[in-house]
Design a protein around this ligand. Sequence first.
Ligand code: ZN
Length: 339
Amino acid sequence: MFPTSIAGSLPKPAWLAETQKLWPQWKAQGEELRQAKADATLLWIKAQEDAGLDIVGDGEQARQHFVHGFLEQVEGIDFEHKVKMGIRNNRYDAMVPQVVAPLKLRGRVHAFEAQLARAHTRRKLKFTLPGPMTIVDTVADRYYGDKEKMAFAFAELLNQEALALQADGVDIVQFDEPAFNVYMQEAALWGVKALERAARGLACTTAVHICYGYGIQANVDWKKSLGDEWRQYEQIFPALAASRIDQVSLECFHSHVPPDLMKLLEGKDVMVGVIDVASDVIETPEQVADTIGCALRFVAKHRLFPCTNCGLAPMDREVAVRKLNALVQGAQLARQRYG
Ligand code: ZN
């Protein structure tokens, strides 16, 4: 009961990349960088196991950013000439590469870290990929001229990589779609369909993570503008409930999401965010168990997966480790309370 996992990313050690940044520069190059990525991946698998997480991941140590890491292996994208673009409906600016030609994978994207992770843990392994709609919102289009069309083009490439990850032995493929919470109508209209295209043919567990973003200032400010009740999920959960995706990861603790919206996900596993990634304050096991207790009013026991609200990438490394411990201890307490 209550298997624990994180949303996906973890802080990169200072010897691998700049710390506390969303687009950090690597500290090495070539073969040295490859080895450093491998070392950081193993380090975090060990840390997740030590903390007692039931489902572990690679901590996204081998990619610079959760979207651009995938794009680096896509033909048809010009990484040499990045442009400044407002992303997430102009919430913040990012330097993004440009789509300039038909999209095609150059080969495998994440084989190295997925196979490495698989070889070094017996626990369930979750692997994250960006969702098609979020990719479309994090790249400049100079070729397709149509968001939906480009999303489906990316979905086909994601599907190729997802099927290969499954063959690598990954147990759960999760697509990250923070853009769903920004473009709710488009998400319900075609975003979920593009997501299903990306997950087509997968026999392993499939998941989608939808959040209010990393704990960066632009997101903290945005959240302040959303009012007392955040009802974005209400517009997209029905389409997800009707989809073939198995699990939905959502933000809960310290958010203004009305918890009863989780009812809309009946029939799905729900990864409930019980750890705040926008604060360095470490949750107590009681707080975590309380959040799980609150979610239990709307989610069946066997479908509740305690998780973090979002990735931990821009956080302090020590804080992240302590948050992993809090997650596991809180889930243990919840098992005693509600078991
Ligand atoms: Zn997130």
